[in-house]
Design a protein around this ligand. Structure first.
Ligand SMILES: NC(=O)c1ccc[n+]([C@@H]2O[C@H](COP(=O)([O-])OP(=O)(O)OC[C@H]3O[C@@H](n4cnc5c(N)ncnc54)[C@H](O)[C@@H]3O)[C@@H](O)[C@H]2O)c1
Length: 357
């Protein structure tokens, strides 16, 4: 007799937001950020293996919806992500996401996961991993400009991976700054709330800009950036959406994830299409120079690339082997005879009519 229960090939592990929170709490935020940074770095070392394409973006007046696919030949991953800076006014997140990891051999999904939290974690882990290669030696203070959803994750990643001891916060909304200051209590960081962006960058060896505005903004002007600083620019990640004054870019050595995507979305959209940039994977592999002098300004023009999400999904899937923070969901049709998809529905209908299910 054919079973009407989900077949063995129908179930896919699903990590809900609740599961992701439990996973994060179980592992510990700083440890998970460090382990994610390692997983992301490991995949940057395999950069040449990956299928790469700029993400597919659907722009509208209020924001953007993007698909971010990649594959290493064995697994395939994609993320659905949006960016809507005005969403917080209606109680929604600026950025939400979910994603899939699949088996290339069969095309079957291996994991479906929430990725709103995972994006914040992977973005922070990527920023800190890249900074580890570029920041000035013994940096201990970071300015954190933009104190929204990403801010605590960014700060804790820089503490855990780069050894930052002090963070200087600024946001145009003082409630956002107060929220970050409160959330960071007990993490062993010196947290300073500032009244202006100028005050926040004073004495900081690392400057992170993580604001959301769907237009060209000038979060940092040229006079605010001194010699030797590392800039981690997160918020400029769409055509027409940037954070840094152009003059900062021409004084900096610029490091990017995937130039083909960053030239469309990053700070460097303000520059000529052939302006020299260095790819992060080349620095990680020692094929290109990172920081070469104490006075150099290094700029990570981060937009977020598909391999970082792939690494994060791969990491989460590995954790689920020993941590039960997922539910198997009936996602894939699995008829007894693979070609009898129609018959599966007919048998279901029969059982429904007979009141057996
Ligand atoms: N590069 C990446 O991989 C990546 C990943 C995730 C998010 N992002 C981007 O990071 C940015 C922040 O994301 P979020 O989820 O934290 O958004 P959010 O809306 O939660 O927070 C943004 C904060 O920026 C503040 N802000 C806006 N304009 C400002 C200004 N001129 N000066 C100081 N603060 C200002 C807002 O008040 C808000 O608190 C977004 O632009 C998002 O698209 C990038």
């Amino acid at each position: 007799m054919s079973s009407l229960l989900p077949g063995p090939n129908s179930l896919v592990p699903f990590v809900s937001v609740d599961d992701m929170m439990r996973l994060l709490i179980d592992i510990g935020t700083e440890r998970m950020l460090c382990e994610l940074a390692d997983a992301i770095e490991e995949d940057f070392r395999r950069w040449e293996l990956f299928d790469k394409t700029p993400r597919v973006a659907a722009h509208s007046e209020k924001g953007v919806i993007e698909l971010m696919p990649t594959s290493d030949g064995e697994a395939y991953g994609f993320k659905y992500v949006n960016g809507h800076p005005q969403n917080t006014r209606s109680g929604r997140q600026t950025v939400t996401a979910f994603g899939v990891l699949a088996d290339v051999e069969t095309g079957y999904p291996l994991l479906l996961s929430e990725m709103t939290l995972l994006t914040a974690l992977r973005t922070a882990a990527t920023s800190a991993m890249v900074a580890k290669h570029l920041m000035p030696k013994n940096a201990h203070t970071m300015a954190m400009i933009g104190n929204g959803a990403q801010a605590e994750f960014q700060t804790l990643a820089f503490k855990a991976v780069c050894g930052i001891q002090r963070v200087q916060l600024f946001d145009i909304d003082r409630h956002a700054t107060a929220k970050v200051a409160r959330n960071l209590e007990g993490y062993g960081l010196e947290v300073i709330s500032c009244q202006t962006a100028e005050e926040a960058v004073q004495g900081a060896e690392i400057i992170t800009t993580c604001t959301a505005d769907k237009q060209y903004a000038t979060i940092l002007s040229d006079n605010m950036v001194g010699a030797g600083v590392h800039i981690n620019a997160i918020g400029g990640d769409c055509p027409g959406k940037t954070e840094l004054h152009r003059d900062i870019l021409t004084r900096s050595d610029i490091f990017v994830e995937y130039p083909e995507q960053t030239r469309i979305e990053g700070e460097i959209q303000q520059l000529d299409a052939d302006h020299p940039v260095t790819e992060v994977w080349q620095v990680i592999l020692g094929r290109a120079a990172g920081r070469t002098s104490d006075s150099q300004i290094t700029l990570f023009d981060s937009v977020g690339f598909a391999t970082e999400d792939f690494s994060a999904l791969r990491y989460v899937r590995k954790q689920l082997k020993t941590r039960p923070f997922f539910t198997n969901i009936d996602l894939l049709a699995d008829p007894d005879d693979p070609r009898d998809l129609f018959g599966m529905v007919a048998r279901k209908e029969q059982k429904l009519v007979q009141g057996l299910v």
